[in-house]
Ligand binder design. Structure first.
Ligand code: FUB
Length: 515
């Protein structure tokens, strides 16, 4: 009797929690990014009984560009028409996992098998799995420890971004890994134990993270996020005739996304149409660490290869199912520039194509000492050149012939300092002895390439000056910025300590301040 009461109480609790998840649900009707009331990232998608579910990380960074990722829970969103999405709230919290000892998590993957739900998560190089009888939980950690523990010899490297694929014969496979560590392994039927040893995959061009497996017409597809130096995030794919490869490298299928150096995709068929679900940093306040889930349609060629996907603001709604909106205009992240170099802003113009007129755009100076010249041959990444140093506010206006939208960006333009006394080409772990001819005021200028974001620390005569390089673009061409500060130097040897500096720092110049 006692047992029956406990079982009954548990059932009521589950039903209660499920009802609560439904009650807390928020209705959203939307184009890209599809979720606008919170920041979301790393989508995983699954279809259960005619409903498409997206499990996504809930990002809570207080600034858009600061490491680390701040994901403490994951939400589930659902739709039955790809137009209306429901937010069912934070269904999985990282507190479910006792072993999680770091504050913030990484990507997750949710999958259903025989009516049970398995939610794989990653946290600073270890991965675990939570299980529930209902998609909306409650989830518990059946292992009480990581499924892949970074402290286990042989598993120390980048255990992130789990993804699970179940083949038609019922065999489940787990894939995961960042950088050069993509691995795959069979899972036992219980979905929480390896069946055999993992295999490391190689030969996947520019592989960085975010593997996603699917099967179509007997062909296995492995999509993933790439990285080539400063350019990160294009989604590429490979094909195979078996879920464990060997993988044939194919091509990129989605380009760099707006305002986020990462991307993470799910590819799924729903009601006869294929979709790619990914993230960008396009919401106001969004960025590398405040990302937003987007959806676009994906198409295959006759031979099974995937067509390149253009990112749209119309998203899965499609261009014919909603009214014309003016172009989305994003002028770029505030940037710095050192004359005579130009600055390539990560500006983006995206239009829904509804007005059927090619989009046109114009840059202008809202504030600043002089006019500018601009190279802007495409809808994104425009390069601006300056003749005069100073603080500029630039406006980008774009029109679809019917509606015009604008956005502004600040650019601080410098000239390389005159009166140079010392010029240093930084080397790692180096303390420079700068021989200063006479006691006085000097400016230390650090010239950096702003294609990467980083914290930089320069220690001048034991005085630490830290500053943050904000990434302004993903292009191949360098973008120079400059940081400056004034110091009193004594005659003779003064020390500039660059023991730690990121590769972005190009040059350090010490120049005399004229009296
Ligand atoms: O969200 C944290 C990390 O960013 C994920 O694990 C990667 O896939 C990238 O999207």
């Amino acid at each position: 009797m006692k047992l029956i009461k406990v079982v009954l109480a548990c059932c009521l609790m589950v039903a209660g929690l499920t009802a609560m998840a439904q009650q807390n649900a928020q209705k959203i009707q939307t184009a890209n990014p599809i979720i606008k009331h919170i920041y979301t990232c790393d989508p995983a998608a699954l279809v259960v009984n005619d409903t498409l579910y997206i499990a996504a990380g809930h990002e809570e960074s207080t600034t858009p560009y600061n490491w680390p990722f701040r994901i403490k829970d994951w939400h589930i969103f659902s739709t039955t028409d790809m137009k209306n999405f429901t937010d069912h709230g934070a269904i999985l919290d990282d507190e479910v996992f006792d072993w999680i000892d770091e504050d913030y998590c990484w990507a997750s993957h949710l999958i259903e098998r025989n009516g049970k739900y398995y939610w794989y998560v990653s946290n600073f190089g270890s991965m675990g799995v939570a299980v529930a009888d209902n998609i909306f939980g409650p989830y518990h950690d059946p292992l009480g420890k990581p499924l892949v523990d970074r402290k286990t010899p042989g598993y120390e490297e980048s255990n992130i971004d789990p993804t699970v694929f179940i083949d038609d014969d019922g065999q489940a496979y787990l894939y995961w890994g960042g950088e050069t560590n993509l691995k795959g392994v069979k899972l036992k039927e219980n979905m929480i134990e390896f069946d055999g040893e993992p295999v490391k995959f190689t030969g996947l061009k520019n592989y960085e993270e975010a593997p996603w497996l699917f099967k179509r017409n007997g062909i296995y597809y492995l999509a993933y996020s790439t990285s080539t130096g400063y350019v990160r995030g294009p989604i590429r794919y490979a094909m195979a005739t078996s879920p464990m490869g060997p993988w044939k490298d194919m091509t990129d299928i989605l380009g760099v996304v707006h305002n986020s150096f990462t991307n993470h995709e799910a590819i799924i068929e729903y009601k006869g149409q294929w979709y790619i679900i990914y993230h960008n940093g396009a919401l106001p306040g969004g960025g590398d660490y405040n990302r937003s889930v987007c959806i676009d349609k994906l198409f295959f060629n006759e031979d099974g290869t995937i067509q390149y996907v253009e990112q749209t603001t119309g998203g899965a709604l499609g261009a014919t199912e909603y009214n014309n909106y003016g172009p989305n205009v994003y002028a770029g992240v505030d940037a710095t520039c050192v004359i005579p170099n130009g600055v390539t802003l990560n500006s983006v113009i995206a239009d829904d194509g509804q007005n059927k007129v090619p989009v046109s755009w114009r840059w202008s100076v809202v504030q600043g000492p002089d006019s500018i010249s601009v190279e802007s041959n495409s809808l994104s990444n425009h390069t601006v050149y300056f003749k005069e140093p100073g603080a500029y506010v630039l406006r980008l206006a774009a029109t679809d012939g019917y509606e015009t939208n604008c956005d502004e960006v600040n650019v601080m333009v410098y000239e390389e300092p005159e009166n140079k006394v010392v010029e240093l080409a930084p080397q790692r772990s180096k303390i420079y002895n700068c021989d200063i001819p006479k006691k006085g005021k000097y400016v230390v200028s650090v010239i950096y390439d702003s294609r990467g974001a980083s914290a930089v620390e320069v220690v001048v005569n034991n005085q630490s000056c830290a500053f943050h390089v904000i990434r302004t673009t993903f292009g191949y061409e360098p973008n120079f910025g400059m940081w400056q500060a004034e110091f009193e130097f004594n005659k003779g040897i003064n020390k500039i300590d660059m023991t730690y500096f990121p590769p972005q720092v190009q040059k350090i110049v010490v120049s005399e301040v004229e009296n």
